[in-house]
Design a binder for this molecule. Sequence first.
Ligand SMILES: Nc1ncnc2c1ncn2[C@@H]1O[C@H](COP(=O)(O)OP(=O)(O)OP(=O)(O)O)[C@@H](O)[C@H]1O
Ligand SMILES: [Mg+2]
Length: 598
Amino acid sequence: MTTPPSAIGTTRALRRMVSEAPALRRGLGITMLLAALGTAIQVVVPIVVQRIIDSEILAPGGVDLADTLTLGGIAVTAMLAAMVVRRLALVRLALRAAQGLSDLRVRAFSHIHSLSVLHVEAERRGSLVARVTSDVAAIQDFVDWGGVGLLIGAAQVTLAVAMMLVYQWRLALFVLGGVVLYGLLLVLFQRVLKRLHDQVRSLVGDTLAAIGETISGLVVVRAYGAEEATMAKVRTVVHRQFRTEHRTFTLGAAMFSSAEVFAGAITAGVIGLGVAYGQGWGLSAGTLLAMLFLVTLLVEPVQTLVETLDQAQSAAAGVRRIIEVLDTPVEIADPVDGVPLPDGALDVSFAGVWFRYPSGEQAVRDVSVTIPAGARVAVVGETGSGKSTFSKLATRLLDPTSGEVLVGGIPLDRVGFTDLRRRVVFVPQEGFLFDTTIAGNVRYGRPDASDARIERAFAELELDGWLASLPSGLATAVGERGSNLSAGERQLVALVRAWIANPDVLVLDEATSAVDPALEVQIRRAMEHLTESRTSITVAHRLSTAAAADWVMVFDQGRLVERGPHEDLVALGGVYAALHVDWAAGTGGGGRPIAPVQ
Ligand SMILES: Nc1ncnc2c1ncn2[C@@H]1O[C@H](COP(=O)(O)OP(=O)(O)OP(=O)(O)O)[C@@H](O)[C@H]1O
Ligand SMILES: [Mg+2]
């Protein structure tokens, strides 16, 4: 068992972050050195102040103006130098942080892309988006300065306490006691903060998911007048995020105030003790003032430390969610020693294949079948009978729970991805178009295709007429998800995309959306061409598609119950025959409108 991410401690999470984003570490030594130098130089100030007071202002011989000016000059120079050096360290850190975090974003994103279709579909998209964007952003504040500030701050506190011990050990002990007590209080704060920050990060994901869903579903929301209910849903998640953020913020603010109280108490304590007992302890005015400077030097990093702890918790919560993504195993991985597929036509065979969804749904049961090379096969069945699942198994978008899928005699999970994706192409049920031109969308099938080649592809599928009817031909923009085109037109583009990829095995999950008859004819003709002269498995929702196949496979509740040529199955009087009666009556299997055979 791996540790659940929420159980990963803050330090471990932050260490993991640095190992995942190595840029964060690059040049860190020099940056730390600069920051430490800045701190060390600052310590010069109290020493000089003590000198000015004890050896100049209060000296029996009176003030030596030249010496005093020199000392003053040293103090001012030290302060300026410290400022410059620290600024330099900050700039270096900010640059590295930006680099490291952009690396982390890219890693998280590319890992999401290598996860199985199943995993990505199960996770709400908004939540995945949040992991790549806002969770990474939550780390920003901390890596910008926090981590180094924490270390430098601790060094500064140690240095200040050490110097106090030299000047006046009793006061130093008092201060040290205060620091320890306050530290214990911070540990308590931390516990609660960790939990709250984890909640905030996950609620931000919820909010993004809810907003994303309602915006993409805007048309449905409007059409059903569901604005009120939708708004209420979004309002609930936004409000929940706000309440948790508010609580986190209040606790953070309480922590900051406690740091103020701590600073005040320590300063007052040192002054009080110094004034009351100073004489007895042999404390000079200069030393007392130097002690007060040291207290400032000590209190300032404690205050930043408190702020940093808050940032560290927020960062760790973000890191934990990113780790969760990075540590999700890639179930469907590119094999290390990929076996090349044999040249020429490929057969597809299923041997005792079962598939069960993580939700428990047994979608494919014990399917054994061989589809010979070059065959044109149609897969039919009631809705939910497992057709889409079968087609995903055939293209290795899913791996069987048990059994084996072979293409060209090679087990699919041994075929390298480059070979697999080039030779076995899947056209999903809802073909997806990207927000670019027609040509840009077709090129997903063959990135190096020229415009002339793409135009020829349209002509080969007898779609040149349709292409010519578009306002800008190949350069026509399809809009987001292809929304400028009709559902049927989107299918046409998806078909050309598959055609230009020229695979040896084509698995096509026919779209269920009804289209107008003229377009229907064009789609069918294009599909005829596409499924010719290669092994093709078409999940058919139209009778015409099934009738045109060499043979038909009939699924029922995940089982392959009948197979054979269309005519034979009709004659058999079984499941297919019943489906056929439905289709021919025009009512459609599963209540879908079906085009009659022509
Ligand atoms: N991602 C998923 N998670 C859980 N169960 C699923 C998932 N996808 C499909 N199923 C279930 O698996 C079964 C088979 O689904 P599948 O999509 O393969 O059916 P289908 O034959 O393609 O249906 P349709 O004709 O409606 O496209 C159904 O019972 C469905 O509810
Ligand atoms: Mg389906």
